[in-house]
Ligand binder design. Structure first.
Ligand SMILES: Nc1ncnc2c1ncn2[C@@H]1O[C@H](COP(=O)(O)OP(=O)(O)OP(=O)(O)O)[C@@H](O)[C@H]1O
Length: 222
């Protein structure tokens, strides 16, 4: 019989590369609406663990259970470290966010695509500055535009991979408050990969610290 879980559950999962155990016997849950923080030193296996959860690495053993609503693995939006955009970049914030939708030869967006863009801008709190040039926006506003792109298709998971690491303190708080709003108001399930422990303590609901091999600690924060 197929085993069920509420959202994502890892049961005794292990993975090694060339006989080196990256993680072993790791068990934890990610809940719907969770703010799940993944922490640990450089090279300990954070990205590898996320790729395993998303079904991108098939070398792992153990079980990963998903809620019934997922087809094979959860859909996700991914936001990496902040990539700056030159001051003379010509597109508005709205057009920059829309870029993600131009996948076909059709050079315009449908009404519902326009609505989706506006909804994503609204959810990130940048609808009122959507006509401003992306190049002249602050670091925090630009990163929120990247976040809006990541949530356009309403993913089941939003993965932030050191997304605030290179932002100044004001922009970092600005972006994290926008993410908290997505999590609080729209039940967006967030995975935050971070080295910033104060940030994890402030915003996280659960944390998983990888320490190598079978050593890890799982904690409820709030
Ligand atoms: N496809 C692969 N083949 C062999 N080794 C790999 C592969 N992918 C990752 N590794 C190794 O696995 C270990 C964990 O890498 P990973 O990128 O998951 O760490 P991380 O915790 O995300 O690091 P960082 O904080 O620097 O991003 C590293 O030693 C890395 O070199």
């Amino acid at each position: 019989m197929k085993q069920m879980t509420d959202f994502i559950e890892a049961k005794k999962i292990s993975l090694s590369f060339s006989n080196h155990d990256i993680f072993s016997d790791l068990s934890f849950k990610i809940f719907k609406g969770d703010f799940f923080c993944l922490i640990g030193k450089n090279g300990v296996g954070k990205t590898t663990l996320i790729r395993t959860l998303l079904g991108q690495l098939h070398e792992s053993s153990g079980q990963i259970l998903f809620a019934d609503q997922f087809k094979q693995s959860p859909s996700f939006g991914y936001v990496p470290q902040f990539r700056n955009i030159e001051a003379d970049y010509p597109l508005s914030i709205r057009n920059f966010v829309s870029l993600r939708l131009y996948r076909s030869l059709r050079p315009w967006l449908s009404k519902s695509e326009h609505e989706n863009v506006d909804l994503a801008l609204k959810r990130l709190g940048i609808l009122d500055i959507a006509n401003r040039k992306m190049g002249s926006a602050s670091g925090g506003e630009k990163q929120k535009a990247y976040l809006a792109q990541a949530i356009l298709y309403d993913p089941q998971l939003l993965i932030l991979d050191e997304s605030t690491a290179s932002l100044d303190t004001v922009s970092k708080i600005d972006v994290m408050n926008a993410v908290k709003n997505l999590n609080d108001k729209y039940e967006t399930t967030v995975i935050l990969i971070s080295h910033d422990l104060p940030l994890v303590e402030k915003y996280g609901k659960h944390s998983l610290q990888l320490q190598g091999g079978n050593r890890y600690s799982y904690k409820t924060i709030h």
